[in-house]
Design a protein around this ligand. Structure first.
Ligand SMILES: Nc1ncnc2c1ncn2[C@@H]1O[C@H](COP(=O)(O)OP(=O)(O)OP(=O)(O)O)[C@@H](O)[C@H]1O
Length: 394
C-alpha cells in the first residue's frame, strides 16, 4: 500500500517572491488526491518540494517517519525511491526509444539483468496500454502516448507515491478521460498514494478522493472531494465551476472594484441561466470492470465518517448520500455506541449514482467497533478542514 505524505507549515519563495506559505495537508496513504490552482500559483513548485528537488524555507514533509526538509542526503535518496513522477511533458529523452526511456530508471538505479528489465518494462507498457510502441521514438508518437510512456516510466520502480504534474495538459477531452481512467485503474492495481496537479475541472470532479486548492499564496482548502465540490468558498466555487465570476481574473487576481461590479451585474441577472453552473457532486470513476476494487474507497469512507461532524452540512449530506442503506445503518450504530448521541440525520435521498460498497470480508474501523474507536471530534470546530484533509491535525 502507498504511504502517507504529511506536509506541515510549508513555505516556499524564490528571492523576494513568495510562492505559497504555511501549507499544511496530509495525503492519505493509498488515496488519490488532486491539487488545483490557477496558473502560476505554485503547484509544480509544490510537487518539487515534495520530492526534495526544491527546498522550502520552512515546514516539514514527513514520509515514513523521515522529514525530507531536514534529513541527510542518504535518507533523501532512500525516500525518493518511493516516488514515481509523471512530469508535465512526459520528460522523455528524445533520442531514446520508448523502451529505453521506460527502462532508464531500472538501468540507473538497480542491478537487474536485461531479461528482468525487459519483463518489467513490458508489463508497465501493458499497464498503460502502450504495447507495440516500444521501438518508437518520443517524436513519433502522440502527446497522449508520450504521457502514458512517461507514466510507464514512473511505474517501473514500483513507487508507493505517484506525483502527476498536469497529466491532461495538451490532451483532448477524450484522451484526458482515458488518462483519468488509467490513473484510477492504476490505483486499484497498486494501491499507491497519488497526487495529481491539474487545472482540469473534469479530472478534479471525477478522479480524486481528496481535493485541494492553492490560491493567493496559500492553500485555500484541502479535504474530502465532497467538501470542495459543494463549497461556497468563492474561489473554489469559481474554479470548480469554470466561471468568470469570482476572485480569479484573466491574468491574476481581480481587484475588489471589479468583483463588486461583477456581483452587481450578476444580481441584476438573478434567475437568468448562464450555463456556467456545474455545482455538485458527480460520481467518482470506478476501476475498469475486471480490475480489483480500490482498497482506498473503504479506507477513505471509514476515515471521512470519523470527521463527518467537522464538515459543513453540504459535504456531510454528500458523503452520507453516497452510502448504501446498510452502511448508513452501520455508521449510525457505531455513532450511537461511541458517542451515545442520537442519529444526526436521516439518510439523505439517494443520489442517482449511489452505489453499494464493494463486498469486503471485514468492515473497517468506524463502522465495526466501539470503545476502541476514536470518538468523532467535537461538532463545532472553526473550519478545521481548510488546511488539512484529516479535518484536524493528528
Ligand atoms: N526555479 C525557479 N526559480 C524561480 N522562480 C521559479 C522557479 N520555479 C518556479 N518559479 C516561479 O514560481 C511560480 C509558480 O510556478 P509553478 O510552475 O509552480 O506554477 P503552476 O501553478 O504549476 O503553474 P501552471 O499551472 O501554469 O503550470 C511562477 O511564478 C514561476 O515563475
Amino acid at each position: 500500500m502507498g504511504v502517507e505524505v504529511a506536509v506541515e507549515g510549508l513555505s516556499k519563495s524564490f528571492g523576494r517572491q513568495a510562492i505559497w506559505r504555511d501549507v499544511t495537508l496530509t495525503l492519505p496513504a493509498g488515496e488519490v488526491s488532486v491539487l488545483l490552482g490557477p496558473s502560476g500559483t505554485g503547484k509544480s513548485v509544490f510537487l518539487k518540494c515534495l520530492i526534495g528537488l526544491l527546498r522550502p524555507e520552512r515546514g516539514s514533509v514527513v514520509i515514513d517517519g523521515v522529514d525530507l526538509c531536514a534529513c541527510a542526503e542518504r535518507d533523501m535518496y532512500e525516500i525518493r525511491k518511493l516516488f514515481g513522477v509523471l512530469f508535465q511533458d512526459g520528460a522523455l529523452f528524445g533520442s531514446m526509444s520508448i523502451f529505453d526511456n521506460v527502462a532508464f530508471p531500472l538501468r540507473e538505479h538497480t542491478r537487474k539483468s536485461e531479461t528482468e528489465i525487459r519483463e518489467i518494462v513490458m508489463s508497465k507498457m501493458d499497464m498503460v496500454g502502450m504495447l507495440g510502441a516500444e521501438h518508437k521514438l518520443p517524436g513519433e508518437i502522440s502527446g497522449g502516448m508520450r504521457k502514458r510512456a512517461g507514466l510507464a516510466r514512473a511505474l517501473v520502480l514500483d513507487p508507493q507515491i505517484i506525483l502527476c504534474d498536469e497529466p491532461d495538459s495538451g490532451l483532448d477531452p477524450v484522451r484526458t478521460a482515458y488518462l483519468s481512467q488509467l490513473l484510477i485503474d492504476l490505483n486499484a492495481q497498486i494501491d499507491a498514494t497519488i497526487l495529481i496537479v491539474t487545472h482540469n475541472i473534469n479530472v478534479a470532479r471525477t478522479v480524486p478522493d481528496n481535493l485541494g486548492m492553492l490560491f493567493r499564496r496559500e492553500l485555500v482548502m484541502f479535504g474530502p472531494r465532497e467538501l470542495l465540490l459543494t463549497s461556497d468558498e468563492p474561489v473554489v466555487a469559481q474554479f470548480l465551476n469554470g466561471r468568470r465570476i469570482g476572485p480569479i481574473g484573466m491574468s491574476e487576481e481581480k481587484d475588489s472594484a471589479t468583483m463588486a461590479a461583477e456581483l452587481a451585474h450578476q444580481a441584476g441577472r438573478a434567475g437568468t441561466p448562464t450555463g456556467e453552473d456545474l455545482r455538485g457532486i458527480v460520481p467518482q470513476l470506478d476501476p475498469t470492470p475486471g480490475l480489483p476494487t480500490r482498497q482506498a474507497v473503504r479506507r477513505r469512507r471509514a476515515r471521512v465518517l470519523q470527521i463527518l461532524d467537522t464538515l459543513p452540512e453540504s459535504a456531510r449530506h454528500g458523503i452520507l448520500a453516497e452510502l448504501s442503506l446498510e452502511d448508513f445503518e452501520r455508521y449510525q450504530d457505531w455513532r450511537r455506541r461511541t458517542t451515545g448521541m442520537a442519529m444526526p440525520t436521516q439518510l439523505p435521498s439517494p443520489l442517482p449514482h449511489r452505489r453499494p460498497l464493494p463486498p469486503q470480508p471485514e468492515p473497517t474501523a468506524p463502522m465495526r467497533q466501539s470503545a476502541a474507536a476514536p470518538p468523532p471530534p467535537p461538532a463545532r470546530r472553526p473550519r478545521p478542514w481548510r488546511r488539512d484533509g484529516q479535518g484536524q491535525r493528528g
